[in-house]
Design a protein around this ligand. Structure first.
Ligand code: ZN
Length: 199
């Protein structure tokens, strides 16, 4: 950030009084511009043991497979955001079953939340941001062509819970180890809430 969006003057990094970290502070009107993590919400849409994935039509990771997810909009809930993203990216309608995974992504300043969702019908198709949308059984998942580490981890947890016969809410943190090659470290935390069994 270079300029104040309140008055147009320059901003500079300062530690405001009573604070303990640098913020962008306007040199003229003294507005403190706080920057905080953003929430990505999305869905793992399921149909008779298969999972719906979208192939990304946009960067980052264009051409790779992902779950329908995106930044929350102001004024909506994470639950409603998951329904909206599934409709936008896959033209698919879901009934939300429960929060399935939540990952902290400190390197990206994001929190990532995925709900399980039951597809209401098989009438789906690629939205604006997708090249393709398909249902995958566990042995068909393109593990090497997944867009982001939390997508692979969420899918592994899903099929593992499915096999065990009950779904839980999984909470973890993904840290980037090296920028190039892309390497991440995944740590799961103890925060499990039993959900209703698979249908
Ligand atoms: Zn200002």
């Amino acid at each position: 950030m270079k300029y104040c969006n309140q008055c147009g003057a320059k901003v500079e990094l300062q530690i405001p009084e009573g604070d303990n970290r640098e913020r962008h502070v306007c040199i003229d009107c003294e507005t403190i511009h706080y920057q905080n993590p953003r929430v990505v919400t999305g869905c793992l849409p399921e149909w008779e043991g298969r999972v719906l994935l979208c192939r990304r039509a946009i960067e980052p990771r264009e051409g790779y497979w992902t779950l329908p997810a995106g930044f929350m909009e102001n004024g909506e809930t994470t639950h409603d955001g998951a329904i909206r993203e599934t409709l936008e990216e896959a033209n698919a309608r879901i009934e939300v079953a429960g929060l399935f995974s939540m990952f902290n992504l400190p390197h990206a300043d994001q929190v990532f939340m995925i709900y399980r969702g039951q597809l209401l019908d098989l009438d789906f198709s690629p939205g604006e941001e997708s090249l393709d949308v398909r249902l995958f059984a566990e042995d068909e998942i393109p593990w090497d062509e997944l867009a982001f580490p939390m997508i692979g981890e969420t899918l592994r947890l899903y099929f593992s819970d499915r096999l065990a016969g009950s779904f839980e809410t999984h909470v973890g943190t993904i840290r980037r180890v090296l920028k190039n090659p892309r390497r991440y470290q995944i740590e799961m935390h103890e925060a499990v809430v039993p959900q209703r069994p698979p249908g």
